[in-house]
Ligand binder design. Sequence first.
Ligand code: CA
Length: 227
Amino acid sequence: MAKEKILIVEDEKEIVKLLTYNFEKEGYQVLTASDGEAGLALAKSKRPQMIILDLMLPKVDGIEVCKQIRRDSQVPIIMLTAKKEETDRVLGLELGADDYVTKPFSVRELVARVKSLFRRSKEKAWETKLVQIGKLEVDLERYEVKLSGKLVELSSKEFTFLKILLSAQGKVLTRDQLLESVWGYEQASEIDTRTVDQHVARLRVKLGSEASRLATVKNIGYKFKLA
Ligand code: CA
């Protein structure tokens, strides 16, 4: 099994060294960044399963890093804060950090928090943005769809279309709703609703043996049958 990746975003070298040593000893793979910008880049490219995020960082501060990561991921984030940064800590939790540790902290306590957060939030990590329906596997992070393990080539519009149908959890979406969500049109003219039908037809071809899940609801719209 691949090691779980922890990203440490912290500009104090001593803390980075200490944490890297201890997390590696616990069997984790450690990635480090010494400013917010590098931290964001690593979070996006390496998809860590846990992020330890200092608040006061050069270039982009911890609050902003947290906010940006939360736009596309529910990866667990533990904030490192100094006592005087109480309001920032509250703000951090509001922005979606899962836990915080006040400096100076005990490494043993931080390791324990990381372990408990891993246990609690496995289902929230990057990998679990994976939806499995029949022979279909939809990876909402990577914008990938597989049918029986084979990659299906979808245009970005087709993927968005599928994603919106999936997020409706089996409910019917009207052509107008689909148009608005996928194309952002406010009003659907006749030619526009036909665009929806054309996308459905193309998607059905690409979904092969699972095509019948994309069901037409006569005179209303479409739904994606989950069962
Ligand atoms: Ca700092």
